[in-house]
Design a protein around this ligand. Structure first.
Ligand code: 1GP
Length: 264
């Protein structure tokens, strides 16, 4: 990565995402919920992630009850160079110790607070954080049962079989200026997002596409990438079995996509 251009330095993480997409490389991200980890299992996760060449850590959750967010990020920073992306469930989950912030707007829902309201009240604080801000169109897709995110967001998820609605939502998000689209069936979803929906969305946008929620099998991660996901996020399954990191990362990295033109 060439970081001599100050503009690229400011956007280093986004640049890495678009470069990976442009060159046809798929990325694997481990989701860390600060409520569910401590120093000792974090060290194990970091070691396994380094060995598996994990590309990103996403850090956050719908609820963050503990006070471990800053410490967790500092521990990652002091132990490895895997970039940390905040994946906040609320504006209180902004930490200067991360590298970047997925600045989420819940474009699948119709709750104005999560489309723009919370962004307005937290804008000065977010700007002051100095984090790399990545505007992200967040699409929650029905995963078969109410998940924490669908309950907390007070917004209906996108129906799992409405591929056209998903496609139009993602297209609108991109045209509104979202630099990433994140399709999420919710943590621990019974049914992950179908490949047909992922494919439909991937074909209709040119910004990087993140997919997560209920992915428990490396085969599913592989298939999602095959049809156009650029980043696969896994949390729950890894909490249950950290050794899955290696298989998931290998499955994602084994996909050879065609290099594509990307915005950004
Ligand atoms: C949830 O996409 C993430 O927001 C990951 O979901 O925990 O089910 O892997 P899981």
């Amino acid at each position: 990565m060439h970081l001599t251009n100050p503009k690229l330095m400011l956007k280093a993480i986004y640049h890495s995402l678009t470069e990976r997409k442009r060159t046809g490389k798929k990325s694997f991200a481990v989701l860390i919920d600060p409520d569910k980890v401590n120093d000792s299992n974090m060290m194990q996760l970091i070691e396994l992630s380094l060995a598996a060449r994990v590309d990103y850590f996403l850090v956050g959750g719908s609820l963050v009850i503990s006070n471990y967010l800053d410490e967790c990020l500092q521990l990652i920073k002091s132990s490895c160079s895997i970039p940390t992306l905040l994946f906040p469930g609320s504006p209180s989950q902004v930490s200067k110790y991360a590298d970047a912030l997925l600045y989420l707007s819940l474009i699948s829902g119709r709750n104005p607070e999560l489309l723009i309201g919370q962004h307005v009240v937290s804008a000065p604080f977010v700007k002051k954080s100095g984090l790399e801000i990545m505007p992200t169109g967040y699409m929650v897709v029905d995963g078969g049962a109410p998940t924490t995110v669908s309950y907390i967001s007070n917004a209906s998820p996108l129906p799992a079989d409405k591929n056209e609605i998903a496609m139009c939502t993602a297209m609108a998000g991109e045209m509104l200026g979202m630099q990433l689209i994140y399709m999420d069936a919710g943590s621990g979803a019974q049914r992950p997002i179908t490949e047909s929906m992922i494919e439909k969305v991937a074909q209709s946008i040119s910004v990087p596409l993140i997919v997560g929620g209920g992915i428990t099998e490396p085969e599913k991660a592989y298939l999602n990438c095959k049809v156009g996901a650029d980043v696969i996020v896994v949390g729950n399954a890894i909490e249950k079995d950290p050794s899955l990191i290696k298989e998931m990362a290998a499955a994602v990295h084994s996909v050879q996509a065609q290099p594509v033109a990307v915005k950004g």
